[in-house]
Design a protein around this ligand. Structure first.
Ligand code: 5GP
Ligand code: MN
Length: 326
């Protein structure tokens, strides 16, 4: 379903724009996941097939477990000096321009396309292809490829299936609709390597990550009669486990999977900031809770960066969750 808000673009409008331009820079969000990268790579590969020039901009390094994605080796934090004037900058899977980070050159809004499925997308582009009913940004891209009449080959299919498997948690989250399974079957028939995606994204845990998970669970605290669970990770914990920031990704999902838990929060106090990840079992809207503190995301999965101490973050997040009905 097309978002009806003012400024939302139709598939036809976006397809016409993609055909009109000669060069593209696909932009992924900071701390990239399989959706932001897979969607950009999938669309990038398709555009190359019809003779377009494509680059990939990414502020942070591609995480180890996503380097298998086709095109990952071409990602860069800088952009070529000789980009033509009609270059279109395509932002994938970000609810706001600020999610792209701090290293982009100035870009006129006229040259921005925003492709996303987040609730509360700020419609920062000239064209905003924002479809909150889609399970991933990759499935928004699938609609565009159909409109462009570009055949999905095995590499595009693997990238797009990776977006779906990332954002449905391997077909487990509530956004796994019959349509999503149909699209996934289509991608597998086109040659998507589901085994590779499963192995790389879901069965590729590093030993330090598992040690860190153990520590985080051990130190977790419950509140609100067991409906809320939170844990904190700091530099010292990372160091003791030989872990790094990438090794924290799955922890909040494990906390959420504990019986009776309605909301789980992970506070990541390292690299000089407090990052908070929130997950809901479906009753409390954690997107709204995060938005109260300058963050965003989805009903059941959101995040924010807190400016202040961990103690203040704990209090502010608790308050925001209570205000959302926890
Ligand atoms: P995670 O907890 O995995 O970092 O993020 C969960 C979801 O919330 C993702 O969909 C992500 O895009 C969104 N999200 C995380 N951090 C932020 C943030 O600081 N701002 C916004 N708008 N969304 C965020
Ligand atoms: Mn996404």
């Amino acid at each position: 379903m097309i978002d009806e808000r003012a400024g939302a673009a139709t598939t036809e409008e976006v397809v016409a724009e993609l055909r009109r331009r000669s060069a593209f820079v696909m932009v992924s969000h900071v701390k990239p996941d399989g959706d932001t990268l897979g969607a950009g790579f999938g669309l990038g590969l398709a555009l190359k097939k019809i003779g377009k020039r494509v680059h990939y901009f990414q502020q942070d390094e591609v995480p180890r477990n996503l380097r298998f994605l086709r095109e990952a080796e071409f990602v860069s934090r800088s952009v070529p000096a000789d980009l033509p004037a009609d270059t279109l900058w395509v932002f994938c899977d970000m609810s706001d321009f600020s999610r792209a980070g701090e290293f982009l050159p100035p870009i006129s809004r006229e040259n921005m396309l925003d492709i996303d499925h987040h609730l509360g997308n700020s419609h920062f582009g000239k064209l905003n292809y924002v479809l909150p009913s889609e399970c991933s940004t990759g499935t928004c891209v699938m609609r565009l490829l159909r409109g462009l009449d570009i055949e999905i080959d095995r590499d595009i299919a693997t990238n797009l299936l990776a977006t779906i498997m990332t954002d449905t948690g391997g077909f487990m989250h509530s956004n796994t609709t019959p349509d999503v399974l149909r699209l996934s079957a289509e991608l597998m028939l086109a040659g998507a390597d589901k085994e590779l995606i499963t192995e790389q994204i879901f069965a590729n845990k590093r030993w330090p990550a598992m040690r860190l998970l153990g520590r985080a669970i051990d130190a977790a605290q419950v509140a609100h009669e067991g409906r809320y669970i939170w844990a904190c990770i700091d530099d010292e914990m990372l160091e003791r486990c030989g872990a790094d920031g990438e090794d924290t990704e799955e922890i909040v999902n494990h906390l959420r999977s504990i019986e009776h838990v309605e909301v789980a929060a992970l506070f990541k106090a390292f690299d000089g900031e407090v990052r908070v990840s929130l997950r809901s079992s479906g009753r409390v809207n954690v997107q709204s809770a995060a938005a109260r503190l300058g963050g965003g995301g989805h009903f059941r999965a959101s995040g924010l960066t807190f400016r202040g101490s961990v103690a203040d973050a704990l209090k502010a997040v608790d308050d925001a969750l209570v205000a959302e009905g926890l």
